[in-house]
Design a protein around this ligand. Structure first.
Ligand SMILES: CC(C)(COP(=O)(O)OP(=O)(O)OC[C@H]1O[C@@H](n2cnc3c(N)ncnc32)[C@H](O)[C@@H]1OP(=O)(O)O)[C@@H](O)C(=O)NCCC(=O)NCCS
Length: 145
């Protein structure tokens, strides 16, 4: 029998798409990014079935992390933990698993985008050994369709 503070990690699957979207709406950093839709998450899973990892507890999604491997670098997205589950090592466990995936590939670097004013995010990434690169800015162009 699991204690109520127990969680486990598993690969997200097509059947999780709607609840992962609902989880992100509640738990993720949602400023400054394109909106989500089910087709985008299904597209991710079809591209790389190991990219989305969820933390699950008592049948509910309590954490998530996407590790995107594009054949060249690893990019981390959608690190989020349900507010009531924060401070218990869920994010660190998700990141450890993603970093193992990175280490097993030929990727030389892993990165994450962190809003400057996201204090919990900044402190989490710093504690995990990441540092901010001040000599770069991300240049983007959005595509609508
Ligand atoms: C950032 C976030 C993912 C952290 O998740 P978490 O499961 O609470 O983090 P962990 O418990 O694994 O924390 C690991 C370490 O990160 C640091 N850390 C995490 N949250 C912190 C906070 N709010 N303040 C200070 N340090 C923090 C600590 O060093 C912590 O180690 P400790 O507990 O031994 O002190 C969570 O706060 C969250 O979902 N925030 C909203 C979404 C978001 O901003 N995601 C990040 C986008 S870049």
């Amino acid at each position: 029998v699991s204690a109520d503070h127990d969680f486990h990690l598993r690969a997200g699957a097509a059947g999780d798409v709607n609840r992962v979207l609902a989880f992100w709406a509640e738990a993720a950093e949602n400023a400054s990014r394109p909106s989500d839709d089910p087709a985008a998450v299904v597209g991710l899973l079809n591209h790389d079935s190991g990219a989305l990892v969820v933390a699950e507890a008592n049948g509910a999604v309590v954490g998530s992390l996407i590790s995107g491997w594009d054949g060249w670098r690893f990019h981390l997205y959608r690190l989020a933990v349900l507010p009531s589950w924060r401070g218990r090592g869920v994010a660190r466990a998700l990141l450890n698993q993603a970093e193992r995936r990175c280490a097993a590939s030929s990727g030389k670097r892993v990165d994450a985008m962190v809003l400057d004013d996201n204090s919990a995010g900044v402190q989490f990434w710093r504690a995990a050994g990441y540092h901010r690169q001040d000599d770069w800015r991300r240049w983007v162009k959005a595509f609508d369709g």
